[in-house]
Design a binder for this molecule. Sequence first.
Ligand SMILES: [Zn+2]
Length: 391
Amino acid sequence: MRSTSPHEAVPATTPAASLVFTTVLSHGPLTRIEIARRTGLSSAAVTKAVRPLMEVGYLVEGVDEGARPAVGRPANPVRVDAGRALFIGIKVTGDEIIAVLADLCCRIRVARHVRLTGREPGAVLPSVTALVHELLTEADGFGVQVRGLGIAVSGDVDRAAGVVRYSPFLEWRDVPLAEIVETATGLPVTVDNDVRALTVAEQWFGAGVGLSDFALVTVGAGIGCGLVVHGRVVSGAHGVAGEIGHLSIDPLGPPCHCGNNGCVEAIAADPAILRAVRSATGRPVTTAAEALELARSGDPGVREVYARAGEAIGRAIGSVVNLLGSERVIISGEGLAAYDLFAEGIRDAFAASAFGTAAQCDVMTRPLPFEEWARGAAATAIQSFIGSDTH
Ligand SMILES: [Zn+2]
């Protein structure tokens, strides 16, 4: 261990240093010339940004053993030293907490799941703290200090203030989560919306690498969306950018919990699908698995429910792409289990609503288990650590 305080940060967290670090993280190992080309910085600026990061050991020269061979690559590539620091990422769902211990390259070293006995802060927070202490003990085993903790929660989350303003699934309002968990664990805590956190991970390590404009749409218990515009994950002035679940696409459609009618979420999220399946079949269907089984057995009414949901999602994606010109839309979330039933509706509605060349946007699916969401939370902690969230 080279430092005693978890509050140590990368020195000289200039915008250039953060940019260089994240570029090497996503694309490394890279030579300084390649870094300059990818970041648009001058060679002198790259050298100036790399030096202090190398002095503290976050960047090192040479190719990681086990990574792609250096044969044929230019000399002296720079890479992130994955083992130099550890981070904890936590995703809180309606019924469980998923926690991962990740290295500085955000690779998962340890993962843990804990069932929740209740959703109120009084039930969730002790479980979070206990999991963090468990992972801190694991980190001791690696001999590396944990430098930060990221927590991802669905709903309206104010990252700058560290407050969960409103989480419908957890029924939390104005919970100062960062402050509470910082006090309980002694770690710097970053709290963010769960889909935005996953979007950071996709931008750095997933299907968004190298793209300046893309969207991540998650389907399941709710409909979420993370947006990357000009290379930055967008939060908006109020922290709720990307709420495509509440695009009202049918003013005469079913009522939404937000107070409007015909929102995408009121048509295509799991509870809406279950409601529609019950009214189409008269059966007391309560789980997504039962609804899926009915659809796969060929029940035309149930298949129609999924087709309508797919159409709503496809229209919402069309609106996103028309507004932002995204190069790619990644569809993920536990709702992907029904993707075969959604696919045609999504494809047709997207094609019908995308304007002109926006239709060339690559719409792809990508299953991302909850560990990946927790990894996204760890990525937000790394972001805070290297200062890339403030530049
Ligand atoms: Zn709504």
